[in-house]
Every structure is written in C-alpha cells, then in structure tokens.
Design a protein around this ligand. Structure first.
Ligand code: OGA
Ligand code: MN
Length: 284
C-alpha cells in the first residue's frame, strides 16, 4: 500500500524500521471502510499513532472492536464500567512503571492478543515515551543458518515472573494498579520461537524477557544462552521506533510482530493511560 490519494487519512512514517502517524481521522467516527484501511496500514507499519483524540473508555472499546473481540486481562483489574479497559497508571510517588522492559503483551496466553491500543489521558511534562521493536526485521537480519535453527524451535512461556508467587506483582508496588498474584500464572504454554503473521505472512521472532522461560528440548544453560543472544539481538536500535505521547494520543501496536518498552524516565510525575487488547489466535 502506498500513501495513496484514495486513502481517508495521511500516513507519516516515524522511523525506518516501523511505525507511522495517521493524520486526519477521528477515531470516534471510524466505520468499516476506514477500519479496513487502518488494518492495512497496521499490517504494513505495525505501530500506528493517532494524535489529538478524545476517547471515553467506551469509545476506545468501540474503535478497538473493529479489529476483533476484546480480551479481559487475567491478572489486572479493569474499569468497573468497562472491564476490558485497563488503567495503566504511575503516580508521582511510585518508582516502578508497568511495561518497563522489552516484552510482547501476554505471550503467556495460548492465544495472545493480536494487538494493544493504549490511549494517553495524562502524560508527564517530559519522558514516558514508549519504544517499539520490529521482530520481523530482527528475524530477517539473522544468518540463514541461525534462521533455520530457530525455525524448528518452540519456547515455553508463562506469566510467573510477573504474576506468579514471588513474581514482580508481589515484589513491586504499582500502587494505583490492581495486579493479582496467582498460582495459575505458573502454567506453561508453548509457542514457536519464530511465528508467521496470519495476515501479512511475515516471519518474526517471538520470545521476550518477562514471559519466555526456556526453549523446549534444551538444557537450561543452552536455553539461557540462546535467549540472551536473541534478546540482545532483537532490541537493537536499528529495529526500533519511539513514540512520544501527548494527552489524546492513541497508539495501537501489533503484538504478533513487535515488542515494546515503556520508558521510566519521569520520576515524580503522573502518567495515566487506558489500555485495551484485541484477542488473537494461536501463534504458528
Ligand atoms: C502496555 C505497556 C506501555 C506504556 O500497556 O502493555 O507496556 O508506555 N505500556 O505504558
Ligand atoms: Mn505492554
């Protein structure tokens, strides 16, 4: 797709590797034809940024539903009036932030979310940007030999390091966010280390630091070494873009092909976002 004159909006790429700003669209007014065009841009750029929106939780949900049924997070409590909408809040007196490390949302589910839509309500005066990394570009940058090794591997994922006993939710204080600690978080699911995007057919790396525990069939030391290499590889600057938020920015990203990282460089200031996630299918 090009930035063709027949589109209902303008597309402005924000980095060489991925990401685009979409101008000239009000997300409360999106009908099926625009949603189809947005979906095409999404498959091409993987991260889409919409500025200057005014969205209630129900309007954010309605827009997100154009891309599929919504998820309810198993371990985070959403809003009373809209449980699929999860407030992501850091108060001025909180030190740790949510999403502060490279990850792909909820890869611990057997059907992880297709995408996440994060809407900024209150942002710090400076800092609090989000980084995204293109996991297709990261895969393509590997040697053919490494690609063919990875193509046959499966990874075990779980939510244990975040939501399990002794995990982050238990250790950290997110204060304003209601995070559960659960035995169920220790359950392992298996996903291919390299997945194929169901729509674009692009191949991408699908392992991430908080949720991938090990590579199936390897000794722990082998698995640790390979995963360490893959994490350092896929987080390189050349695969990334960076989104600076304003109140009223909505960013949607494709969890099947990107990882993201919430920067924690605004201590003493408040940041408040609302997130919804769209359900996905089993990676293959
Ligand atoms: C998330 C997340 C990023 C951010 O909501 O999944 O990682 O910048 N947030 O808050
Ligand atoms: Mn996240």
């Amino acid at each position: 797709m090009s930035d063709g004159a027949d589109l209902d909006f303008f597309i402005k790429p924000i980095a060489g590797a991925l990401g685009a700003e979409i101008d000239g669209i009000d997300l409360t007014q999106v009908e099926a034809p625009q949603a189809k065009q947005i979906r095409e841009a999404f498959n091409q750029y993987h991260v889409l940024v919409f500025r200057g929106q005014t969205l209630s939780p129900l309007q954010q949900k309605k827009f997100a539903q154009q891309f599929g049924p919504l998820e309810t997070h198993p371990y985070i409590t959403g809003l009373d009036e809209a449980p699929e909408v999860v407030p992501i809040i850091k108060e001025p007196d909180e030190k740790m932030n949510f999403g502060g490390g490279w990850h792909s949302d909820m890869s611990f589910l057997s059907k992880p979310p297709l995408g996440s839509l994060l809407y900024a309500i209150e942002v710090p005066e400076y800092g609090g940007d989000t980084l995204f990394s293109n996991q297709h570009a990261a895969y393509m940058a590997l040697s053919d030999t490494m690609k063919s090794i990875l193509d046959d591997l499966q990874g075990f994922h779980s939510a244990a390091s975040q939501y399990g006993r002794g995990g982050d939710s238990e250790k950290r204080n997110y204060g304003s966010m209601q995070l559960e600690v659960s035995d169920q978080a220790h359950q392992l699911v298996e996903h291919p280390v390299v997945r194929t995007h169901p729509e674009s057919k692009l191949r991408s790396l699908y392992v991430n630091r908080p949720f991938t525990e090990s590579i199936k069939g390897m000794q722990q030391s082998e698995s640790d070494a390979l995963l360490k290499f893959l994490y350092r590889h896929c987080e390189q600057e050349r695969f990334t873009c960076r989104v600076k938020w304003e109140a009223g920015t909505l960013t949607m990203w494709d969890n099947r092909i990107v990882q993201h990282y919430a920067l924690n460089d605004y201590q003493g200031q408040r940041r408040h976002m609302n997130r919804v996630t769209v359900g996905g299918d089993s990676p293959h």
